[in-house]
Design a binder for this molecule. Structure first.
Ligand SMILES: [Zn+2]
Length: 148
């Protein structure tokens, strides 16, 4: 990918099946790696790099609606014990926030067992290669859509 292109602006479409909800300013979708069951990405709909340059309207929607709704959906769906939030932008320089549910005990969903190996510690290192099938990931998105 060229230096000046952006994965979130120019990347292929196709997150539709992983989409949880699209808002005026933000879009929520299920992260590819699901070692932390229900892990989602919230991305800003316009291209911006720095978290602290969002407009008041964007901030209001994120803090007042998007994150609270996602937390409720995750609670209803998978009952996490804690939420981690990460906004780094080292690999994709388009403002996005990782919402990482943390679990004291393992969870089972669609016959897959999810273990939070580092409970009570940093969410990394996690198994970068942990992947569920597209079907399971789409079911996670469906579950969240139905609970949001
Ligand atoms: Zn972008």
């Amino acid at each position: 990918m060229a230096e000046d292109s952006c994965l979130f602006c120019d990347g292929p479409e196709g997150i539709e099946d992983d989409l949880v909800k699209r808002y005026d300013h933000w879009t929520v979708f299920v992260n590819l790696n699901q070692e932390h069951l229900g892990r989602c990405i919230i991305k800003l709909n316009r291209h911006l790099v720095d978290f602290f340059e969002v407009t008041e309207e964007e901030r209001e929607e994120l803090f007042g609606t998007v994150v609270p709704e996602l937390k409720v959906a995750l609670k209803r769906s998978f009952d996490p014990d804690l939420f981690n939030y990460a906004s780094l932008g080292n690999c994709v320089r388009h403002l996005h926030l990782h919402v990482i549910p943390r679990y004291k005990d393992e969870r089972e969903f669609e016959d897959v067992v999810f273990r939070d190996r580092n409970w009570n510690s940093h969410y990394k290192p996690y198994d970068e290669d942990f992947e569920v099938s597209d079907e399971v990931r789409h079911s996670i998105a469906t579950e969240l859509r139905e609970n949001i």
